[in-house]
Design a protein around this ligand. Sequence first.
Ligand code: FES
Length: 127
Amino acid sequence: MPTLDIDDRSVTVPEGTRLVQAIRGAGIEIGHRCGGKARCTTCRVEVHAGGSAMMTRAEFVKLRGAGLLGEVRLSCQMRVEDDMRLSVLMTKASEGWPDTGPVPADVVEPEAEWLDPDVLARQTPPA
Ligand code: FES
């Protein structure tokens, strides 16, 4: 099972676990203000090592539109496939939210297909 080093915590999760759920499961109050649907970017993480570079179209479009492409990843759009080291960037405490948002589903939404970001850039013209 892959190991996640999340800031000062380390957890082991089954391969294929939705990353935002793995982070929640580690007891970290990460934001997921849109409920894990690639609309808010509050589930953003900085990936230091590991993880696939492949992205869902929803993640690509959202990050590019927010000017965050290449800076952060959306944990609601990633599955844990290997060992990773990452930092959580927006939490209930850091942002002063009353809660973290609607609980995301265990599967990636919207229905996901992971593609090379270069392919997505060619297929998805900027809005
Ligand atoms: S973009 Fe909103 S929870 Fe991931």
